[in-house]
Write a protein that binds this ligand. Structure first.
Ligand code: 4NP
Length: 158
């Protein structure tokens, strides 16, 4: 069975998209779907390439039982559109940047991650310049949307 490949994208790839990466990876591992769904994350900017996630993201995720420390930041590249079936932006600005990069032959799904959430928020707010509560909010939104995304991928496959 061909695996489905999901890419989470934010600006720096050190706060929001690695959080989504770690949370969704664990959700799949818990439900033994690791062989069918491949997860990665990237940033539209290259400022933090090669770096581990922000220590505040690692800490907040760790408190909820998610591991992010194995992840390393990278910039999104045009080849990602050939590699991934589902590419999800954390906010509208990330989505605009991705649309500019997106080749016309891309046939996958490009959209906002929170389209899969129950929460009425449409964007995962950037927590980088704020306090601890911003990182908790990212986790709340990411957990919500991850459940919806998993249901979408299961449905697509059946
Ligand atoms: P992220 O957050 O896009 O969720 O990884 C940010 C990380 C770094 C910066 C901005 C946002 N920065 O300006 O360096």
């Amino acid at each position: 069975m061909k695996s489905q490949k999901v890419l989470f994208v934010c600006l720096g790839n050190i706060c929001r998209s690695p959080t989504a990466h770690g949370v969704f990876e664990q959700l799949i591992a818990r439900r033994a779907l690791g062989l069918r769904i491949v997860v990665d994350s990237a940033g539209t900017a290259n400022w933090h390439s090669g770096k581990a996630p922000d220590s505040r993201s690692i800490q907040a995720a760790h408190k909820r039982g998610y591991a992010l420390n194995h992840l390393r930041a990278r910039q999104v590249i045009v080849q990602d559109f050939d590699e991934f079936d589902v590419i999800l932006a954390m906010d509208n600005s990330n989505l605009e940047d991705l649309r500019e990069l997106c080749p016309s032959h891309f046939t996958g799904h490009l959209g906002l991650f929170l389209d899969f959430a129950k929460d009425r928020e449409t964007e995962v707010p950037d927590p980088y310049h704020g306090g601890e509560e911003g990182f908790e909010r990212v986790l709340d939104l990411v957990e919500d949307a991850s459940e919806g995304l998993l249901a979408f991928l299961m449905d697509k496959k059946s």
